[in-house]
Design a protein around this ligand. Structure first.
Ligand code: SAM
Length: 263
């Protein structure tokens, strides 16, 4: 069988599996995710981790990526009349530092939580280059995200998470991350959390199958469901901003939620 025919057959099989609604278990997906992110030699690792340049993102795109995230937070802080400098920002899944280089300007300490040790090194490098030395790296296993919380309870002003919820093993795993966020934020602390949302089209639901092939579409939520979920877990949801198409990463269906931990 030629490579082209093999590809067509593979795609047909995958399409049929997706239509059938078959899903892998959370444990299997978590294991595959761990295997992918802990090895920087995997296909497209640098671009999927948002590293700068050299098989990662082009300089201009990389630099622009985190800017709009910082603006979202600053607009919220301004509207809420909050002008005090931030002590500690925690980013869940900091990758190559595309957010870090912008948010570090407004925080004395920047905690980067990662599955990938190589991305923690890369993020530190990006921060070193701008002369920032308040970086605190925290490595976790996909199967044990709660460990990131050790010693950081109620110490963070901001919990930031972008381009990560789509990669996690399941919507239930996302609930665990929201609970961790609630635990790590100070009273009044802010979560800026981006998800990939689903619509009525069935192909926008989380694929939950074949991690490497579908990693950016593992987990999705309906927008209203995610809003309710944050509320049920104890946050006060404040706003949601939609980005139906994302020209920077050439993807679609992103929603940014701003949520607050009650004072
Ligand atoms: C697409 S990058 C996003 C990087 C950065 N947040 C940004 O917006 O540029 C996704 C990052 O999430 C990390 N990641 C994947 N699964 C994770 C998990 N369960 N917990 C924490 N980080 C995770 C990956 O190692 C990768 O660096």
């Amino acid at each position: 069988m030629s490579a082209a025919v093999r590809r067509i057959v593979t795609n047909l099989i995958i399409g049929a599996i997706q239509k059938s609604g078959l899903k892998q278990s959370e444990q299997v997906i978590a294991k595959d995710a761990q295997r992918y992110w802990e090895n920087a030699n995997q296909n497209n690792f640098r671009s999927n981790s948002h590293w700068r340049g050299d098989q990662g993102l082009e300089d201009e795109i990389w630099f622009e990526l985190g800017k709009s995230h910082l603006s979202l937070l600053q607009e919220h802080l301004k509207a809420a009349g909050r002008s005090k400098p931030l002590d500690r920002v925690l980013e869940w899944g900091c990758g190559g530092g595309a957010n870090a280089v912008h948010f570090a300007r407004i925080a004395s300490e920047y905690v980067g939580v990662e599955v990938s040790q190589d991305s923690l090194v890369e993020c530190r490098k990006a921060l070193d280059e701008i002369g920032y030395h308040g970086f605190i790296p925290v490595q976790i296993d996909v199967s044990d995200p709660e460990k990131a919380g050790d010693g950081l309870e109620a110490t963070c002003d901001v919990f930031l998470c972008t381009y990560v919820f789509e990669l996690i093993p399941s919507p239930e795993y996302g609930e665990r991350l929201l609970k961790i966020a609630l635990r790590l934020l100070r009273p009044g602390g802010i979560g800026l959390i981006q998800i990939k949302y689903e619509t009525l089209a069935s192909n926008t639901r989380g694929h939950r199958w074949s991690y490497r092939r579908n990693l950016a579409n593992m987990t999705t939520y309906p927008i209203d469901r995610f809003w309710q979920l944050t509320e049920e877990l104890g946050f006060i949801p404040k706003s949601v901003v939609l980005r139906p198409t994302d020209r920077l990463v050439k993807d679609e269906r992103y929603a940014y939620f701003i949520v607050e931990k009650p004072k």
